[in-house]
Design a protein around this ligand. Structure first.
Ligand code: ZN
Length: 168
């Protein structure tokens, strides 16, 4: 970021304790921290937590996680509930933060949660946004998730921590 996003003045660097050299607008008298988008993705579990929901989207045949951008003013937890409702037509609870990763391609910080659906029904799927959705056993989800993707890294991290035999 070279210019102030409020007034267009070239930014200078000023030393900020704990942060180091940080962009600063002399005209506004404000620090200008980098701007990026925030999104959530969800490992949606079946009511008995034995299955994981994977979807296909945008005409691609690969299995991914439900995801969506956080709206301004919304908490990440609210986005999780809203996006699963909008895309899959399911209510979820028992949200639990899993892990996060910055995705440079879209300048987005992606926050991954697990959550539990109150039903396995996929009859209210939003067909305009989701091509296909299906429940997979934990083993099958691990094999079916899109390789070398953010979704795969989130899912593997979750499975590692929550496998019944992992002792956690
Ligand atoms: Zn400014």
């Amino acid at each position: 970021m070279k210019y102030c996003y409020e007034c267009g003045t070239p930014l200078t660097l000023r030393f900020l304790e704990q942060e180091g050299d940080t962009p600063y607008c002399e005209k506004c008298g404000c620090w200008r921290f980098p701007i990026f988008s925030t999104a959530v993705s969800m490992i949606v579990l079946s009511p008995d937590r034995s299955k994981i929901l994977l979807i296909q989207q945008y005409g691609r045949p690969s299995n991914i996680l439900v995801a969506g951008y956080v709206s301004k003013g919304e908490s990440a937890e609210q986005t999780v509930v809203r996006e699963v409702q909008e895309e899959i037509g399911l209510s979820v609870n028992s949200l639990c933060f899993n892990r996060s990763e910055y995705f440079a391609k879209s300048n987005t910080l992606m926050l991954n949660f697990s959550c539990t659906a109150t039903s396995e029904s996929l009859e209210h799927l939003n067909r305009q946004e989701v091509d296909q959705a299906a429940w997979f056993s934990w083993e099958d989800a691990e094999k079916a998730i899109r390789p070398d993707s953010l979704a795969q890294r989130f899912l593997l991290h979750f499975l590692e921590r929550h496998r019944p035999d992992s002792g956690t």
